[in-house]
Design a protein around this ligand. Structure first.
Ligand code: HEM
Length: 288
């Protein structure tokens, strides 16, 4: 059987992440939000709030620094040598400060958002955060769905059971005709667990050799002239069992794929955001 290019699991539980250090980062974010909203309400610059007042500059510089720090998480995640702060703590801070930065950056703009470079930077910030929320949702839901799907059986054990089912099918089909043996051989050697990216994400495996083999056995059993009925029935039970195991493995791989797919939005959006912020800062410093 073709083996999947399996990737590592997430290994972080929702409760542990969100509640890291007794919700320290949630508390910090709430405190900063209240402080910033209070100063914003109190501040009364001539011409109304905007980015180039002392408060506007403070909030703008603060937002840009936080965004750089949030983006640095991509580098920190890939440093396998343990730092003094663990990844769980980093992720908790990342999530809460990621939400905070939308508030701070919006106040920095004084709600003067238009169809220009500055508006684009803000939009990218919001889109990056929205993609982050989707990722967080995936991290919350999918590990639980994976555990339920496996029904307490380890992933490797499921693979072992599929290999057992293959061996049993081979033994049952051995004394039967060539056509059936070929179909069983195709089911054993040609069945893929993960398939193409689309198959993996959709969970649809049209023309799966195992499904085809089951159909062949079912057709043979329906034929009035069939002999070897007990052996065929045994083969049918074995292939149905294999299909059930395959469905579980593919579901696991599907969930893992969806767990990663949102990063294809989050990471490019983060890079585009950094570029837009650089352009925004350059524009206000040198051209306005
Ligand atoms: C300006 C805002 C943000 C920026 C620039 C940013 C950037 C990043 C980067 C660079 C990574 C690392 C991705 C990787 O290399 O695998 C990451 C991961 C992540 N981000 Fe964000 N992010 C932002 C906001 C948010 C928000 C608001 C949330 C959730 C509410 C969030 C949730 C996550 C999650 C769950 C991960 C995955 C952590 C993991 O794979 O262990 N992000 N982010």
């Amino acid at each position: 059987m073709k083996q999947p290019g399996q990737k590592v699991g997430v290994g972080l539980s929702r409760g542990a992440v969100m509640a890291a250090h007794d919700f320290l980062f949630l508390k910090i974010s709430c405190a900063v939000t209240i402080l910033v909203l209070g100063v914003y309400a109190w501040h009364n610059p001539a011409g109304g709030p905007k980015g180039d007042t002392w408060l506007g500059y403070t909030l703008g510089i603060g937002s840009a620094l936080v965004v750089c720090w949030l983006a640095y998480f991509g580098i920190r995640k890939r440093r396998y040598a343990a730092g003094s702060v663990d990844l769980r703590t980093w992720l908790a801070a990342h999530i809460y400060l990621g939400v905070l930065v939308i508030i701070v950056a919006t106040l920095h703009s004084g709600f003067r958002l238009g169809l220009n470079l500055h508006g684009l930077a803000w939009l990218l910030l919001v889109l990056t955060c929205i993609s982050g929320v989707f990722g967080l949702q995936a991290y919350i839901r999918y590990p639980r769905l994976m555990v339920a799907n496996r029904g307490g059986i380890a992933f490797d054990a499921l693979l072992g059971q599929i290999a057992d089912a293959d061996r049993e099918m081979q033994a049952t089909a051995m004394p039967m005709g060539d056509d059936l043996s070929r179909s069983v051989h195709a089911a054993i050697t040609g069945t893929t667990l993960s398939g193409t990216a689309w198959q993996r994400l959709s969970g649809r495996f049209a023309a799966c050799p195992t499904a085809k083999m089951r159909q062949t056995v079912e057709t043979m059993l329906r034929s009035p002239s069939v002999d070897e009925v007990p052996a065929l029935r045994q083969l049918l039970a074995q292939v149905i069992r294999k299909e059930a195991l395959l469905a579980r493995v593919r579901r696991e791989l599907q969930l893992l794929a969806w767990l990663q797919v949102w990063l294809f939005f989050h990471i490019p959006l983060s890079c585009a955001l950094l570029a837009a912020i650089t352009a925004h800062v350059t524009a206000v410093m040198f051209f306005l």
